[in-house]
Design a protein around this ligand. Structure first.
Ligand code: A3P
Length: 309
């Protein structure tokens, strides 16, 4: 089988798997769609305790790319960026675990261990349960942040339109769970704050969704430098063109099947104003103040600019 055919088969397998997940979810109640593991909620169709335990079998490599995000902070965008960058540099398709590292059957890690480098992985899990092998191998990680208000609005639409996640009858009900950390993957604020003590370890590059929107080539250059890819300006430009919101949305039914439209919704900054009440806005301000104000990551989020009415 040629490499292109192999890639085609992998894409088809992924889309078939998504269909299967949707089918499974259609037979479950809202409550059954989530389960708790070590105090945090996860999507039952995609994750399981067995898979979390089997994750320890994964052998990290120095040349892996690991993307870390709270849901809706730009995971798929960054995955595609890294895919295009590595393809450009090595002239061959990198291994890409398109679902999250924590999705799927426990056997997946044995299979991932056999896959060639470079491998691109992404995860929403917290530091505590990321396999230690990544830290031992000093795998270079990308942490992508997004302001907490746009993240909430994006998450609300996503949970209501993605059949494997629980739906909410209203934005207000979703907001209550979001602000109290009672959503899948837990609290945005806990997730973001936990990284504060690890960002100086030397192997984490932190970027923001908003900076990527303002000047994508500048952020792409940072990624290229961080991974030692030495990309030329022309190559950066090419990657930029392939990863704009519109070009990714256009290809979304090929990359994400029927869920394409759900993953690529608006891709903008400031959409929170479409749903937030003033009171809800103040609640997030207070949480931000308590958890992240004055921290390095909090400063990177540029809260004053992106989250004030
Ligand atoms: P919106 O719901 O605000 O549109 P994730 O991949 O972590 O689930 O994040 C999804 C969010 O990233 C969605 O936000 C989606 O539209 C946005 N997104 C995806 N690709 C993008 C791109 N190339 N440029 C800008 N935003 C993008």
């Amino acid at each position: 089988m040629s490499t292109t055919e192999e890639q085609q088969t992998k894409k088809e397998k992924l889309i078939a798997q998504m269909k299967n997940w949707i089918e499974q979810a259609s037979k479950m109640t809202k409550e059954e769609l989530k389960f708790s593991y070590k105090g945090i909620l996860y999507p039952s169709v995609l994750c399981s305790e067995e898979t979390f335990q089997a994750m320890e079998k994964l052998e990290a490599r120095e040349d892996d790319v690991l993307i870390l995000t709270y849901p809706k902070c730009g995971t798929n965008w960054t995955l595609q960026i890294l895919h295009e960058m590595l393809l450009e540099i090595y002239n061959k398709e990198p291994t890409m675990d398109k679902g999250m590292l924590e999705f799927g059957k426990p056997e997946k890690y044995e299979y991932l261990n056999q896959e060639p480098s470079p491998r691109i992985l992404a995860s929403h899990i917290s530091y505590e349960i990321i396999p230690k092998t990544f830290f031992e191998k000093k795998t270079k990680m990308l942490l992508i942040l997004r302001n907490p208000k746009d993240t909430a609005v994006s998450y609300y639409h996503f949970t209501n339109n993605n059949p494997v996640l629980p739906t909410y009858e209203s934005w207000d009900l979703f907001f209550k769970d979001y602000i109290s950390g009672n959503v899948i993957y837990g609290s945005y604020f806990d997730y973001t704050l936990q990284w504060e003590k690890h960002i100086d370890d030397g192997n984490i590059l932190v970027l923001t969704f908003e900076d990527m929107k303002v000047d994508l080539p500048k952020e792409l250059k940072k990624i290229s430098d961080f991974y030692g890819l030495a990309m030329m300006d022309e190559q950066i430009k090419l990657v930029k063109e392939k990863t704009t919101f519109l070009s990714m949305k256009e290809k979304s039914s090929k990359t994400h099947g029927d869920l394409g439209i759900v993953f690529f919704r608006k891709g903008e900054v400031g959409d929170w104003k479409s749903l937030f009440t003033e009171e809800q806005s103040k609640e997030v301000d207070a949480k931000f103040e308590k958890y992240l104000a004055g921290t390095k990551l909090g400063n990177m989020i540029n809260y004053e600019k992106y989250c004030k009415f």
